[in-house]
Design a protein. Sequence first.
Length: 123
Amino acid sequence: MDIKRRFFLFGIGFSIGIVLLLFFLNGKEASCNYLPNARMLEILRSKPRVYSDDVLQLMSDKRIDSTAVVNLLLKGDIDFSKSKVHQEPCRYYWIDGYIQEKETSIYVENCDTIITIQRLHFK
């Protein structure tokens, strides 16, 4: 089989595969989060959030909205060296990022059905 015929057959198979993928994935929010940071942040964002009393008071004093914390969960970086990822029944994650252009960290308790923002720290 010559090289032109191979490329032609490959092109046909590739085209059919692309059409099938577009058909099956059309309208679905498919994402591929392979890195641990992105995967864990997606899990944390998907659960309902509860804020500790200290965090609510600090947010009130600094006039921080809950959307800033959600944005931190979207764009933040998990510091796995400070996190307690093997603790049971709830795991704890230290997330660094920016709120109101200030370097900020939050400490999150991740349980089965809910996450609790335990601490909010401005650097």
